[in-house]
Structure formats: C-alpha cells, structure tokens
Unconditional design. Structure first.
Length: 198
C-alpha cells in the first residue's frame, strides 16, 4: 500500500540549477570563459551541496568570478533557475496532501533551495524536506534513500519516488520503491494514475 510520495526538486518543480548550463547561457553577459569558471564553481557547489562549506561561499566566489556582488549574483541565479510553469505544485497540494506523506529529496545547496522553498510555501505542502546539505549524502548514493526511509518511518515498498534523472531512480528501485521518471507534468499524471490504480 502506497503511503508516501517523494519528489526530486530541480528538474521537477524548478528549472534544473545546472551550473555549467547557466554559465554557458550567460557567458556573453558575464564576459567569461564558461569552461574555466565552471571548473571552479563546480568544485564549490559540490562541497556546498554536502554541507561541507557554507553555501554562501558559492555566491561570493562565483560572484567574484563573473564580476557581480554576492547578493546581486544570487538574485540573478535564482531568477534564472525558477519554478517550471506547470500545475504540479497545485496538484500535489490539492490532490495528494493529507492522503500521503509528502517529501522532497534533493541535491542542492542550502541558500538556493531554502530561498525557493520559503518564497513559494513548499513547507506548507510537504511534510519532509530531505537534502544533500542536511544529510551529507547525495543522490544517487543509496544511503540518502535509506535515510529518507528512516525519516519517513516507512518501508521502501510503501514509497513512490519521482526524479527527472534516470540514474537517480536506480537506487530507489533497488531498495524496492516504485518510481516515475519525470519528463513533463502530463506524462507524470498518466504514470501516477497507473500506479494509484494498482
């Protein structure tokens, strides 16, 4: 019996916060070599997403590299990795809440994700927000999925996991979770309906 639905965040609710793509898309604006800046920024992001360094260091260092003030750069980055314009949030809020335990399982940096969650009232809808920076673990490490089950106090068979990256579904499947590869909102609804009918 399905008791919990666990969602990825980036690529499902929001535009994926892909540093490399962001730098490539903004290379002319920043007058930078995106490959060179990406080498530095990816290393900082990797440390920040696991909570090994303060995530504000990411905004500070990358702001310096592109010639922007920390606060200005953070604002610009968040505006360009905004929520996807679909009805998923409302569907979860009005159709799934109070029927299932709802969780977010995300690899992100704290100062990015917490800002987006707060500005869009995600904590009013989701019971749990499980992140790489809070656990020190990141998908697709199977340990973060095990941690999610521990937090939810459920068996894998009682959970459905949704992610836009196929490699992130594999550990969930190995543990026994049902999964959906998120490609778009309409496809998600079709796949969810099939699972809920069983």
């Amino acid at each position: 019996m399905l008791k919990a639905i666990i969602f990825d965040f980036g690529g499902v609710f929001s535009v994926e916060a892909d540093i490399k793509k962001f730098l490539q898309n903004n290379a002319l604006k920043f007058k930078i070599d995106p490959e060179e800046v990406n080498k530095v920024s990816s290393a900082i992001w990797a440390e920040a997403r696991l909570g090994k360094i303060d995530s504000n260091i990411f905004w500070q260092k990358l702001g310096e590299l592109v010639g922007m003030e920390e606060i200005e750069f953070k604002k610009y980055f968040i505006e360009n990795t905004t929520l996807i314009e679909h009805d998923l949030y409302d569907f979860v809020k009005y159709n799934l809440k109070n029927k299932y335990k709802l969780a977010i399982l995300s690899n992100q940096i704290e100062s990015w994700l917490e800002t987006v969650l707060e500005e869009n009232d995600f904590r009013e809808v989701f019971d749990f927000v499980i992140t790489s920076y809070n656990t020190g673990l990141a998908k697709p490490d199977i340990a973060i999925y095990q941690k999610a089950l521990e937090i939810l106090k459920l068996k894998a068979e009682e959970c459905l996991f949704i992610d836009d990256l196929p490699q992130n579904l594999v550990p969930a499947q190995e543990l026994g979770m049902q999964t959906i590869l998120f490609e778009n909102y309409e496809q998600f609804l079709v796949d969810l309906n099939k699972i809920l009918k069983n």
